[in-house]
Design a binder for this molecule. Sequence first.
Ligand code: ADP
Ligand code: MG
Length: 213
Amino acid sequence: MRTIAVIARKGGSGKTTLATHLALAAHLRGRQAMLADADPQRSSTEVLRLRQIPGPQVVETAGPKLFALKVAALRDGVETLVIDTPAGPETEVCHAIVLAELSLVVVRPTYLDLVMAVRTVEILHRLGRPGLIVLNQAPFSRAGAEPPPVRKALDALKLLHTPIAPVIIRARMAYQEALSMGLSVEELTPPGPAAQEIDQLWSAVEDRMAGRL
Ligand SMILES: Nc1ncnc2c1ncn2[C@@H]1O[C@H](COP(=O)(O)OP(=O)(O)O)[C@@H](O)[C@H]1O
Ligand SMILES: [Mg+2]
């Protein structure tokens, strides 16, 4: 079983958006997928409840309960377990980090997100756990050139000694529209640019877990 924690010490960076999309990506690729919603706000539970067709199982949980949940998921044949975490207390997030093969660190290209990303990556390093950074809600590139906030963010993130996903997730209405129906952008707008981003993010996560990134 693959366990992926989606983390960021900053609210609103896109943890729930990417956690639900990764769980849906696993499901759409034929894996038995479970989304563990460890955020008391229960946003990913709300999102997947809107789904009218079969999808990943979603379980409401909390940091200290994650170990028992992982054991149960393993026993039940779950192949991909995605953990959506709260922005809040470090201890809550640490439970997810230690149980995951990989922690996906979600960062927007803003100063405050970058400051918090440094702290999040520090936790990963302290715990000796692997991470993958992904830039989310990024403005669009123009004529192939990244806008200054994206360039600055990438330069700063390179200093953190943690791989950065080769795909940048842009700010797109498709993500919000899809989740308002409990769908992935891979279902709502295939083969559009958002769907391609999620496919590339899925590949980056697999590559990182296989040690290729
Ligand atoms: N790539 C994106 N494009 C457009 N909107 C996004 C994107 N990622 C997140 N959002 C929006 O930003 C807000 C916060 O995202 P969310 O996933 O709930 O963050 P978090 O779980 O980290 O608090 C939501 O309204 C969500 O729809
Ligand atoms: Mg959330």
